[in-house]
Write a protein that binds this ligand. Structure first.
Ligand SMILES: Cc1cc2nc3c(=O)[nH]c(=O)nc-3n(C[C@H](O)[C@H](O)[C@H](O)COP(=O)(O)O)c2cc1C
Length: 140
C-alpha cells in the first residue's frame, strides 16, 4: 500500500515508523507480518503510487509491476529510488491508525532518480535550493 507517513525514528538501533489506518485491508496483515519492505518511489512512478493507493481498478496491485524479493522475502519494486527491509520492532496505538515501528535490516539506494513527493494533494519532486551557509556554531 502507498504510505506517506514514513519517518525515521532511531539510529541505534536503526528504527523507522509507518502509520497504518485500521480500516485498511493491509492493517492486520502488516501488524502480524514477520517482515516488510518500504519502497521509496521515484518521480517517474506516479502510476505505481496510485495503484498501491487503490486509485486504479487492479484487484491484484502487483499485476504487471516488476519486483524482486529481498532477503526478508519482502517485495522490492523495480525502478524504486531506494528500498529498506524491516523486521517488526513494536506496534503502538495511534487513534484510528496503528504506528508500526520497524527495525531496518537492510537499506539500499537503487539509482539516482529524483524521489516522488506528495505535497498539497499533488505529486511533485524535490529541487535543490542553495541557501547561504549557516554560522559555524549552528552546524550539527
Ligand atoms: C500519497 C498517499 C499517501 C498515503 N499515505 C498513507 C499512510 O501513511 N497510511 C495509510 O494508512 N494510508 C495511506 N494512504 C492511503 C492508502 O494507500 C490506501 O488507503 C490503501 O492503499 C487502501 O488499501 P485497501 O483499499 O486495500 O484498504 C495514502 C495514499 C496516498 C495516495
Amino acid at each position: 500500500m502507498t504510505v506517506s507517513s514514513f519517518t525515521s525514528v532511531s539510529l541505534d538501533p536503526p528504527l523507522v515508523l509507518i502509520s497504518i489506518a485500521k480500516s485498511s485491508n493491509l492493517h492486520d496483515v502488516l501488524k502480524g507480518a514477520k517482515a516488510y519492505a518500504v519502497n521509496f518511489l521515484a518521480d517517474d512512478q506516479k502510476s505505481v503510487s496510485d495503484r498501491f493507493a487503490g486509485r486504479t481498478n487492479h484487484a491484484d496491485r502487483f499485476e504487471g509491476v516488476g519486483f524482486a524479493l529481498g532477503s526478508t522475502g519482502s517485495p522490492l519494486i523495480s525502478g524504486a529510488r531506494a528500498v529498506i527491509e524491516c523486521r517488526p520492532w513494536q506496534v503502538y496505538e495511534g487513534g484510528d491508525h496503528s504506528i508500526l515501528i520497524g527495525e531496518v535490516v537492510s537499506a539500499r539506494a537503487l539509482n539516482s532518480k529524483k524521489p516522488l513527493v506528495y505535497y498539497s494533494q499533488q505529486y511533485t519532486t524535490t529541487e535543490q535550493v542553495e541557501y547561504p551557509a549557516p554560522p559555524s556554531d549552528m552546524v550539527w
